[in-house]
Design a protein around this ligand. Structure first.
Ligand SMILES: O=C1C[C@@](O)(C(=O)O)C[C@@H](O)[C@@H]1O
Length: 113
Protein backbone atom coordinates (compact mmCIF):
# COMPACT_ATOMS: atom_id res chain seq x y z
CA UNK A 1 0.00 0.00 0.00
CA UNK A 2 1.05 3.56 -0.64
CA UNK A 3 -1.13 5.58 1.70
CA UNK A 4 -4.64 4.38 0.88
CA UNK A 5 -3.70 3.14 -2.58
CA UNK A 6 -2.81 -0.48 -3.38
CA UNK A 7 0.52 -1.09 -5.16
CA UNK A 8 1.38 -3.99 -7.46
CA UNK A 9 5.05 -4.74 -8.08
CA UNK A 10 6.75 -6.63 -10.92
CA UNK A 11 10.48 -7.34 -11.41
CA UNK A 12 11.19 -8.93 -14.78
CA UNK A 13 13.91 -9.05 -17.40
CA UNK A 14 11.37 -10.11 -20.02
CA UNK A 15 10.02 -7.62 -22.56
CA UNK A 16 6.90 -9.73 -23.18
CA UNK A 17 6.08 -9.97 -19.46
CA UNK A 18 6.52 -6.22 -19.09
CA UNK A 19 4.26 -5.45 -22.04
CA UNK A 20 1.58 -7.81 -20.72
CA UNK A 21 1.86 -6.02 -17.36
CA UNK A 22 1.36 -2.63 -19.01
CA UNK A 23 -1.70 -3.98 -20.87
CA UNK A 24 -3.15 -5.19 -17.56
CA UNK A 25 -2.43 -1.78 -16.07
CA UNK A 26 -4.45 -0.12 -18.83
CA UNK A 27 -7.54 -1.88 -17.44
CA UNK A 28 -6.68 -1.94 -13.75
CA UNK A 29 -4.22 0.76 -12.66
CA UNK A 30 -4.43 4.50 -12.13
CA UNK A 31 -0.70 5.17 -12.54
CA UNK A 32 2.55 3.44 -13.56
CA UNK A 33 6.01 3.82 -11.98
CA UNK A 34 8.52 2.03 -14.22
CA UNK A 35 12.27 1.56 -14.53
CA UNK A 36 12.47 0.20 -18.08
CA UNK A 37 16.27 -0.29 -17.83
CA UNK A 38 17.78 -1.22 -21.22
CA UNK A 39 14.29 -1.46 -22.76
CA UNK A 40 14.05 2.33 -22.43
CA UNK A 41 16.20 2.85 -25.49
CA UNK A 42 15.09 0.34 -28.10
CA UNK A 43 11.82 -1.36 -27.17
CA UNK A 44 9.23 0.14 -29.53
CA UNK A 45 6.71 -2.46 -28.31
CA UNK A 46 7.03 -1.16 -24.74
CA UNK A 47 6.74 2.42 -25.99
CA UNK A 48 3.56 1.49 -27.91
CA UNK A 49 2.04 -0.24 -24.87
CA UNK A 50 2.79 2.73 -22.59
CA UNK A 51 1.28 5.14 -25.15
CA UNK A 52 -2.06 3.38 -24.62
CA UNK A 53 -2.01 3.94 -20.85
CA UNK A 54 -4.35 6.85 -19.98
CA UNK A 55 -2.93 7.78 -16.55
CA UNK A 56 0.36 9.26 -15.31
CA UNK A 57 3.59 7.39 -16.05
CA UNK A 58 6.70 7.98 -13.94
CA UNK A 59 9.96 6.78 -15.51
CA UNK A 60 12.67 6.12 -12.91
CA UNK A 61 16.37 5.50 -13.50
CA UNK A 62 18.67 4.88 -10.56
CA UNK A 63 21.56 6.47 -12.44
CA UNK A 64 21.55 9.75 -14.34
CA UNK A 65 21.33 8.30 -17.83
CA UNK A 66 22.35 11.66 -19.34
CA UNK A 67 25.80 11.42 -17.78
CA UNK A 68 26.40 8.09 -19.46
CA UNK A 69 27.36 7.17 -23.02
CA UNK A 70 25.23 8.64 -25.85
CA UNK A 71 23.26 5.39 -26.43
CA UNK A 72 21.64 6.00 -23.01
CA UNK A 73 20.52 9.55 -23.78
CA UNK A 74 17.40 8.91 -25.84
CA UNK A 75 14.77 7.04 -23.89
CA UNK A 76 11.65 6.20 -25.90
CA UNK A 77 9.80 5.88 -22.60
CA UNK A 78 10.60 9.53 -21.78
CA UNK A 79 8.53 10.51 -24.81
CA UNK A 80 5.39 9.12 -23.14
CA UNK A 81 6.33 9.64 -19.47
CA UNK A 82 4.57 12.29 -17.41
CA UNK A 83 7.59 12.54 -15.06
CA UNK A 84 11.21 11.38 -15.42
CA UNK A 85 13.45 10.85 -12.37
CA UNK A 86 17.10 9.98 -12.99
CA UNK A 87 20.12 9.95 -10.71
CA UNK A 88 18.47 9.83 -7.29
CA UNK A 89 19.55 6.25 -6.68
CA UNK A 90 16.97 3.89 -5.17
CA UNK A 91 15.38 6.91 -3.49
CA UNK A 92 13.98 7.75 -6.93
CA UNK A 93 11.39 5.00 -6.41
CA UNK A 94 10.28 6.46 -3.05
CA UNK A 95 9.97 9.93 -4.54
CA UNK A 96 8.08 8.57 -7.54
CA UNK A 97 5.57 6.58 -5.48
CA UNK A 98 5.00 9.46 -3.02
CA UNK A 99 4.47 11.94 -5.86
CA UNK A 100 2.24 9.48 -7.75
CA UNK A 101 0.03 9.11 -4.66
CA UNK A 102 -0.15 12.88 -4.33
CA UNK A 103 -1.00 13.27 -8.02
CA UNK A 104 -3.71 10.61 -7.91
CA UNK A 105 -5.32 11.79 -4.69
CA UNK A 106 -5.05 15.57 -5.07
CA UNK A 107 -8.27 16.39 -6.84
CA UNK A 108 -7.00 19.79 -7.93
CA UNK A 109 -3.95 18.22 -9.63
CA UNK A 110 -4.00 18.37 -13.38
CA UNK A 111 -1.41 16.06 -14.87
CA UNK A 112 0.38 17.04 -18.03
CA UNK A 113 -0.95 13.87 -19.63
O1 LIG B 1 19.57 -1.25 -16.58
C1 LIG B 1 19.76 -0.05 -16.54
C2 LIG B 1 19.49 0.69 -15.30
C3 LIG B 1 18.94 2.09 -15.49
O2 LIG B 1 17.59 2.03 -15.92
C4 LIG B 1 18.98 2.80 -14.12
O3 LIG B 1 18.13 2.51 -13.30
O4 LIG B 1 19.90 3.61 -13.87
C5 LIG B 1 19.73 2.83 -16.54
C6 LIG B 1 19.75 2.07 -17.86
O5 LIG B 1 20.56 2.76 -18.77
C7 LIG B 1 20.34 0.69 -17.69
O6 LIG B 1 20.18 -0.03 -18.89
Amino acid sequence: MAGELPVRFLQTNGEEALINWVHEAIDEAAGIVINPAGLSFQAVSLYDALKMFPGPIFEVHISNIHRREPIYHHSLVSKVATVVIAGLGARGYEVAVAEMVRMLTDKSEKTAK
